[in-house]
Design a protein around this ligand. Structure first.
Ligand code: SF4
Length: 364
């Protein structure tokens, strides 16, 4: 019955289903769930794009031939790369991927100190509107499906296999286009697949979910004991400072955000990484640093200071080196870990908040 319904409805992504979903589809078609592992392995671990040519056992082979492919019940997410841009040092590569509906998203591969990190997008555009961010300046287009998130990781893995033999993807950060906690269900569904040891197998402790402060989702992550790292973009030590940079702070005020972080730390026992983009004259003063220390008292924190990345739509400039050093000194003196994030990939516009609005024209 379900098989009949499937063929009458719109094709679905096989990557969207997850391990249990694939098992359910096989069962519905009368195929033993014993075959799930083989299909999952081909899809996730090997990033197979041509399932029909695989040497599966006959029942699974027949199922794939009948149900997967153009005009059938299921398709594979494989957005083509429409542009690749490499940084001058060759260590950062940005890929523009074209989704089925023509939307362009960006995926970045960074390789420093022999460690490879993928920076993944969770939405086309973003609704949060952070004033210094090119993605925010382009507005929200749509959420990505789990398969579109997983496909970015598979792309990066294929590139590493092809160009960097012997290396492997170690870390995953959701710092590409979009606010991942605004697309909570898809992101968590994708992460379950990505961290599954039967498939891609990136350890949860090597995965970071970065949020601008979606308070209910932070609490949900804690309650659901999601085992990933949480990174919170703070950028302001009082409501006025913060909401001038992050308009969504009016919806989820700083006091609520800090309370949610406190609860997250208490429930999970995990340290939180706080991102702080240093902007000259805006949030780089000693007074702000002292206020920040007070604000985070009692929360196991690591503050990551980020030099402002240039974007066309924001006139602010990066903090001066002396101000940035003093800011760091005050925080460290209070016993809070505080480091500078390197300006990686700036020349390919792959820095945080640089994912370009003008790439939308490629979609047309
Ligand atoms: S910084 Fe992140 S949350 Fe803010 S607008 Fe840009 S993509 Fe969205």
């Amino acid at each position: 019955m379900q098989g009949l319904l499937m063929s009458e409805s719109a094709p679905r992504s096989l990557h969207d289903l997850g391990f249990d979903g694939i098992a359910a589809e096989l069962t519905a078609s009368g195929v033993s769930t014993h075959h799930t592992k083989a299909l999952w392995r081909a899809l996730q671990r090997e990033g197979e794009l041509d399932l029909a040519s695989r040497d599966f056992l006959p029942p699974l082979k027949a199922w794939v031939e009948k149900h997967v492919g153009h005009g059938k019940d299921f398709f594979l997410d494989d957005p083509p790369i429409v542009e690749e841009i490499r940084s001058s040092d060759g260590l950062t590569r940005k890929y523009l991927l074209k989704l089925n509906d023509g939307q362009i998203i960006e995926t970045v591969l960074m390789g420093y100190d022999g460690r490879y990190t993928a920076c993944i997008s969770s939405q086309a555009g973003c609704a949060m509107g952070c004033v210094f961010c090119a993605t925010g300046q382009m507005g929200f287009v749509r959420h990505l499906r789990p398969g579109e998130i997983i496909a970015q990781v598979l792309h990066v893995q294929r590139i590493i296999r092809r160009d960097l033999p012997g290396k492997r993807l170690r870390n995953l950060v959701f710092m590409g286009m979009g606010e991942p906690l605004h697309n909570y269900d898809s992101v968590m569904h994708a992460l379950q697949a990505i961290s599954d040891v039967r498939g891609i197998g990136i350890g949860p402790s090597f995965i970071s979910v970065s949020t601008v402060g979606v308070v209910p989702a932070i609490l949900r992550m804690a309650e659901e004991q999601r085992p990933y790292n949480l990174a919170v973009s703070l950028h302001g030590s009082n409501e006025e400072e913060r909401s001038s940079l992050i308009p969504v702070s009016r919806k989820w005020p700083l006091a609520d955000l800090v309370a949610a972080c406190r609860a997250y730390g208490r429930i999970t026992g995990r340290r939180i990484l706080f991102g702080w983009t240093l902007i000259a004259g805006k949030n780089d003063s000693a007074e702000t640093a002292h206020r920040l220390v007070e604000l985070l008292k009692g929360i196991d924190s690591h503050i990551n200071l980020i030099p402002l990345n240039p974007t066309g739509g924001f006139a602010g400039s990066p903090a001066a080196t002396a101000a940035a050093r003093e800011f760091q000194r005050i925080i460290r003196a209070a016993g809070i870990a505080c480091t500078f994030r390197q300006r990686r990939g700036i020349d390919v516009a792959a820095g945080c908040g640089q994912l370009k609005a003008d790439r939308r024209k490629l979609a047309s």
